[in-house]
Design a binder for this molecule. Structure first.
Ligand code: ADP
Ligand code: MG
Length: 252
């Protein structure tokens, strides 16, 4: 769907816009680390330690190539760690409590989520102000979006009454194709008020950039997809100016 790509590149673009941003890798498969050039030997602590209460989140925060971007990697990389992580994540307030202290140092905290509706995702939604949903144009399911909306409602009721949907972003967008036209029409019919104006175009450069361990903006700042993620960052920032409200955003 483009969740991890959006989490990494939106976070990097917010940082380029000089907004102090923290990216948290909530996906035990940990693809964000690769996109930012974090090989296992560069990771000193991560979500595994935070969720076993051995380290505070401060110890798991890593600096990145971008001055305004910090990163908490997921290092839930063994079966034992995964079992313990999932067990602890059954308590949905662990992440919220863990990042509470660090949160005041950031204008934006973005949590990349796996495609589940429990455990770490319940933790992310409980800890967040809002939810940003990337959908792959042409290949999304309206049913899946509706299910996610219902899950957000459920978390609102049981854990986080102020939670709201930040918006839906169309990714891997190919203009002038029938499938894009149809999917955009369907989305507008049902979810018009949630749609971000910015579309993220399909561009294989973005996959290439992950292999080089760089967000798109540092790999090729002139590429349409790098510019689109910057535009998305500004669309998000401008939504809250001039009040300059602090945002926490989850990708789902
Ligand atoms: N705008 C894009 N253009 C081309 N490929 C993309 C784009 N966004 C994501 N991809 C590729 O699609 C695949 C899945 O994206 P990813 O962000 O990892 O999805 P998710 O986290 O939702 O599973 C990756 O190989 C990624 O590089
Ligand atoms: Mg992912």
């Amino acid at each position: 769907m483009g969740k991890t790509t959006t989490a990494v590149n939106l976070a990097a673009s917010l940082a380029v816009a000089e907004k102090k941003t923290l990216l948290v890798d909530g996906d035990p498969f940990g693809a964000s680390a690769m996109s930012l050039g974090f090989t296992p030997e560069k990771i000193k602590a991560g979500m595994a330690e935070v969720f076993s209460f051995t380290h505070s989140v401060d110890h798991a925060i890593h600096k990145t190539e971008l001055e305004y971007l910090d990163f908490v990697p997921s290092n839930v990389n063994t079966i034992q760690r995964d079992e313990r992580f999932n067990k602890i994540a059954e308590n949905r307030v662990v992440l919220k409590n863990a990042i509470k202290g660090a949160a005041e140092h950031y204008e934006y905290i973005i949590i990349d989520c796996p495609p589940t509706m429990r455990g770490i995702v319940a933790n992310a939604l409980t800890a967040s102000t809002s939810v940003l949903m990337p959908v792959r144009s042409g290949h999304f399911s309206l049913e899946a979006i509706s299910k996610l909306f219902k899950y957000v409602e459920y978390i609102k009721e049981i854990a986080n009454p102020a939670l709201y949907i930040e918006g839906i972003v169309m990714t891997m967008y190919e203009s002038n194709t029938k499938v894009t036209e149809i999917s955009e029409r369907e989305l507008k019919l049902r979810y018009n008020k949630y749609l971000f104006k910015t579309h993220i175009p399909r561009n294989h450069m973005i996959t290439e950039s992950t292999f080089y361990g760089k967000p798109a903006i540092l790999y090729n700042c002139n590429a349409n997809v790098s510019i689109a993620y910057l535009e998305l960052a500004y669309e998000l920032i401008n939504k809250y100016s001039p009040e300059n409200k602090t945002e926490q955003t989850v990708k789902g």
